[in-house]
Ligand binder design. Structure first.
Ligand code: KIV
Length: 272
């Protein structure tokens, strides 16, 4: 609790490190708007990621590549307005941190200053270490992301498990490089369980897995996927904790039926 009021204290980069040291798991979910963020804020969840999965999940795009900086800032700000407890991480979209150090810093600053994020997330290993270092040195907390990195989908050739065979040593090396450059957490996406465990043991920075098994320091899922919004997307690692898609469809069908049948609005919902 904070000293000055009864508001729970904000989850920070220090909280994440302490969790790892104490062997306590970290929880993160994606979120893209104020309506859902208000609910997550009242839970005991530690972190919200305004992920560029927003492209797939709420903007109707076919991948994350067409998500823009302006869209990320707009949605991050919506989540920031209604949160004061969770740690808020915003994805840097495709190519917003690859062209130059200067542009990386300008774009990360926008997500922190205009969006209200507490950290930015970037995908990739050795190639982006200079950008990570520059942002960290400028005082911007950075979350790394290895394994399946959806912004490189055309290079990877599909949404497949990464780090099998010879690739494993490379991923361990890149995780160490990112940790050394100063990332405050590292997302591991679609990585074999054993490799995720090895990486988590090899670095002091907390790892947050999605499709990486139970041995990472925390877990993240895409909110709409775990809530059961209808989607073709049904990977092995996903657990659906609700069937909101079905609940919403049933509510809409009932509303449509009642209005067309004349039973809504009734006297109860009308002013005399
Ligand atoms: O954009 C996103 O939702 C992500 C998570 C899958 C980690 O990067």
């Amino acid at each position: 609790m904070s000293k000055h009021n009864d508001q729970p204290a904000r989850v920070t980069v220090k909280t994440l490190l302490k969790r790892k040291e104490d062997g306590q798991k970290i929880t993160m979910l994606t979120c893209y708007d104020a309506a859902f963020a208000g609910i997550l804020e009242k839970s005991t969840l530690d972190m919200i990621l305004v992920g560029d999965s927003m492209g797939n999940v709420v903007l109707g795009m076919k991948d994350t590549i067409t998500v823009t900086m302006d869209q990320m800032v707009h949605h991050t700000a919506a989540v920031a307005r209604v949160t004061s407890r969770v740690m808020l991480v915003a994805d840097m979209p495709f190519m917003s941190y690859n062209i130059s150090l200067e542009q990386s810093l300008i774009n990360a600053t926008r997500l922190i200053q205009e969006g209200g994020a507490h950290a930015v997330k970037v995908e990739g290993g050795t190639a982006i270490v200079p950008q990570v270092r520059a942002m960290v040195q400028a005082g911007i907390p950075v979350v790394g992301h290895l394994g399946l990195t959806p912004q490189s989908i055309h290079t990877l050739g599909g949404y497949k498990v990464q780090g099998r065979g010879d690739e494993a040593q490379k991923m361990i090396r890149e995780a160490k490089e990112l940790a050394e450059a100063g990332v405050c957490a590292l997302v591991l996406e679609l990585v074999p369980q054993g490799l995720a465990k090895e990486i988590s043991a090899a670095i002091k920075v907390p790892t947050i897995g999605i499709g990486a098994g139970p041995d990472t320091d925390g877990q993240v899922l895409v909110l709409h996927d775990m809530l059961g919004f209808p989607s073709e997307f049904s990977p092995k690692f996903l657990k659906r904790y609700a069937t909101l898609g079905e609940t919403i469809a049933a509510a809409v069908a009932q509303y449509d039926l009642e209005v067309k049948g004349g039973s809504f609005p009734s006297a109860e919902h009308s002013f005399q």
